[in-house]
Design a protein around this ligand. Structure first.
Ligand code: ADP
Ligand code: ZN
Ligand code: ZN
Length: 727
């Protein structure tokens, strides 16, 4: 009998593919969990060997693998099992799941990882250090000090300082630092000691520490600034002392160089990083280091949860409520949920941390499946901020900013402190309108309004990327006066500069932080001490620790109050609390101003009077009454095509293929919340069930049937299990 290789290939069809080993080689267990290069049709693809077994068909019909790419398995047995589980649970082709788990640099055959470079001080560097130059507190000085203890890996060094790359370039040019052949110094300097934990933090650390030897989920439910990160660090130290690894997940925008620097300096061990700001080669290196056990700590955004761990000890998911943990295309997994699956398989604890836990996590804690650990006090000297509502009705507004808000900003900067102005909308104005004829700028492909970006004189679609020049006159009636309605962050920046000449205004949104250099520069500006006004989107709401920031303002709370999405209220509540959490983290107390036309809205009242948990109680009751998550379970079949008929025909066929299933309700076809996008017509079917098991049982045969539908090849379709929104 001949044995064959069972291979997961990155193609959008379910199941694995069987191949014979290359001519003259045996298919033995040495192939397991390695990458192989195989022919498929006229292409050559990189796959992962999931199994080696007896051929079930005539081996004469099988093609041969071309060659094996790794001497050692790249994935651990646990990771193969967990990913296989995820492929079934999320109803996604297994080959694409494995491809998603591999870092991009490992998805092709000719991977050349960047060589590690080790850097050391030159004689001139030692002399400069002794002569106290460059000046204390500067980034180049910080790098010299880090190198004083011995040679370091270049990437590792760069990430220790905001703007480390630029600082290193200048040190090299001045001949103070040079590349050496030596290995980086190990053991590295011992970690810097952290603050003494307070009683609540100690209690949390003790509780988790007593459970390090098995699977358990802890919900570290701690107000912003309560010192959750200190709890993670203390736990990671224990895990490291036991010779094991920690995996730490942070939200997409939360992983700033500052956050990484904090983990690196505190833990005193190499911390491998993976996030979208890193080059492919660096990400691959972190992934491989985690799998080989060379990295004691892996810190990364969503996809870090797909990395292999050689000596796992602990998984931490910081800001676990954050929407960036859900992958929104392709393999639509939820990193928090998958972290729980892996922790169970690995027999290790999972710590979920947040000041505003997801309702799913709160429900799990209340049901006793997770252990809740509370941190009710802000750590150190900081106290909780005061929240004030500004009633916008009948107020005179300057670009959406009320007099009380402008007054509060003025008082704040006059005291030498900083203010944050939050607006969830980038660009200059969300609408460009002709006052003479009613024309407004619309995306030709989405039929939704285009956003005006005045600084670059362009209109942009935030849904599909369509862009065009800002018209000088109305394209329909030639009227010369076009009105820019509403204010995005760009316009607020202009307005704030006019209102507060002499105070630096810094805007942080996707437009001002494109590219690594711009991003590092913007975030470094946040570290500035003196009076300043920060204006920005979501990006500003997360994780930053700005001790001199004492005022946070939410320009418009109304969008979230009347959201069509069932998670709209939860998102708004989280946003308010998180933005509030940016204010008053240092010794001075903070204030939060919230502008709304609906000061009496019950959601706002509940949130402001009772806090996040009171809000969550109400919201959970409503979700339960409506059978929505976390009480009901959802799956969404989305479809889009150029013509409505094609979409309708497909969804009708999918509906027929579903038939009726015990305990599962199918709704639709329904138009998508955005019925047109990028020139495609979009519609969907929604599945609901009170039982996860019933939903899964119905999904598996249904998705297989959909793959076989001829109509399925004429549309773009996808299945989203546990969707976080229905858009
Ligand atoms: P969180 O992650 O909950 O937002 P952090 O861990 O970032 O909070 O802590 C917020 C701030 O409080 C940080 O500046 C941190 O150094 C400080 N801090 C945390 N724990 C303590 C403590 N026990 N004593 C003094 N300061 C602390
Ligand atoms: Zn007009
Ligand atoms: Zn568009």
């Amino acid at each position: 009998m001949s044995r064959v290789l069972e291979i997961a290939l990155p193609v959008p069809v379910p199941g694995t593919f069987d191949y014979l080993p290359p001519e003259g080689e045996q298919a033995d267990d040495g192939w397991l969990r390695t990458r192989v290069l195989v022919p498929l049709g006229r292409r050559r693809l990189v796959g992962v060997v999931l199994g080696v077994r007896e051929a079930s068909v005539d081996p004469g019909q099988l093609r041969r693998a071309e060659r094996r790419l790794d001497d050692q398995p790249l994935l651990t047995p646990e990771l193969v099992d967990s990913l296989s589980w995820a492929a079934r649970y999320y109803q996604h082709p297994v080959g694409e799941v494995f491809a998603a788990a591999l870092p991009a640099a490992l998805r092709h055959a000719d991977t050349r990882l960047p060589a590690r470079e080790t850097l050391a001080l030159t004689d001139a560097g030692h002399a400069a250090l002794a002569a106290k130059s460059p000046r204390a507190g500067s980034a180049p000085r910080g790098l010299l000090e880090a190198l004083a203890a011995g040679p370091l890996d270049a990437e590792d060094l760069i990430e220790r300082q905001p703007r480390g790359r630029a600082a290193l370039r200048s040190l090299r040019e001045r001949g103070l630092v040079a590349s050496v052949a030596a290995e980086p110094a190990r053991p590295r300097p011992a970690g810097v000691a952290g603050p003494t934990l307070n009683a609540e933090q100690r209690q949390a650390v003790d509780t988790v520490s007593a459970a390090l030897d098995g699977f358990h989920v802890f919900l570290l439910d701690g107000v912003t600034g309560s010192g959750k990160t200190e709890v993670y660090l203390a736990l990671i130290e224990r895990v490291l002392a036991a010779g094991r690894q920690a995996l730490v997940l942070v939200p997409e925008i939360g992983l700033t160089p500052q956050a990484l620097a904090r983990y690196r300096s505190r833990l005193g061990v190499p911390v491998a990083a993976t996030h979208s700001g890193l080059a492919d080669g660096e990400r691959a290196r972190s992934w491989l280091d985690a799998g080989a056990g060379r990295a004691p700590v892996l810190l990364g955004t969503r996809s870090a949860v797909l990395a292999p761990l050689a000596r796992p000890g602990l998984i931490v998911v910081d800001e676990e409520h954050d929407a960036s943990y859900k992958q929104q295309d392709g393999f639509r997994y939820h990193a928090r949920d998958f972290a729980a699956v892996r922790a169970r398989a690995l027999g290790i604890p999972l710590v979920l941390g947040s000041a505003t836990p997801a309702l799913e996590s709160l429900a799990n804690a209340r049901a006793g499946r997770y252990t809740a650990l509370r941190l009710a006090q802000r750590a150190g000297a900081a106290s909780a901020p005061q929240v004030r509502v500004v009633d916008l009705r009948r107020q005179r507004l300057v670009e959406g900013l009320s007099a009380p808000l402008l007054g509060a900003i003025g008082d704040t900067v006059a005291r030498g402190e900083q203010a944050l102005v939050f607006r969830n909308r980038r660009g200059f104005a969300p609408l460009l309108l002709c006052h003479a004829c009613g024309w407004h700028a619309r995306c030709p492909r989405c039929e939704t309004p285009l956003t005006l970006h005045r600084a670059i004189a362009r209109l942009r679609c935030h849904h599909c990327g369509h862009a065009e020049r800002e018209p000088a006159t109305c394209p329909d009636c030639d009227e010369a006066q076009l009105l820019a309605l509403g204010a995005g962050t760009e316009r607020l920046e202009v307005a704030l500069n006019e209102q507060f000449p002499g105070t630096p205004v810094s805007r942080i949104d996707r437009d001002t932080t494109r590219g690594r250099a711009a991003r590092e520069q913007r975030f470094a500006a946040l570290e500035r001490e003196g009076p300043a006004i920060l204006v920005g989107t979501q990006m500003l709401a997360k994780g930053h620790d700005l001790p001199n920031l004492t005022l946070a303002a939410i320009v418009d709370a109304d969008g979230g109050l009347f959201s069509a999405d069932f998670r709209g209220a939860e998102r708004l509540a989280q946003l308010v609390i998180q933005v509030a959490g940016r204010a008053g983290r240092g010794a001075r107390p903070g204030t939060v101003l919230l502008q709304t036309h609906h000061p009496e809205h019950p959601l706002l009242r509940r949130l402001l009077e009772g806090g996040y948990h009171a809000f969550a109680d109400d919201e959970l009751q409503q979700r339960e009454a409506m059978g929505l998550p976390p009480f009901g379970h959802l799956a969404l079949l989305r479809a889009e095509a150029k013509s409505r008929d094609t979409v309708d025909t497909f969804l009708a066929a999918a509906r027929r293929a579903f038939g009726t299933q015990q305990g599962v309700v199918l709704r639709g076809p329904l138009p998508a919340p955005m019925p047109r996008r990028a020139g495609f017509v979009r519609a969907q079917l929604l599945l609901e069930s009170p039982q996860r098991g019933a939903l899964q049982a119905a999904l598996t045969p249904w998705i297989a049937a959909i793959h076989a539908l001829p109509d399925a090849r004429r549309v773009r379709w996808s299945i989203d299990v546990d969707p976080i929104d229905l858009a």
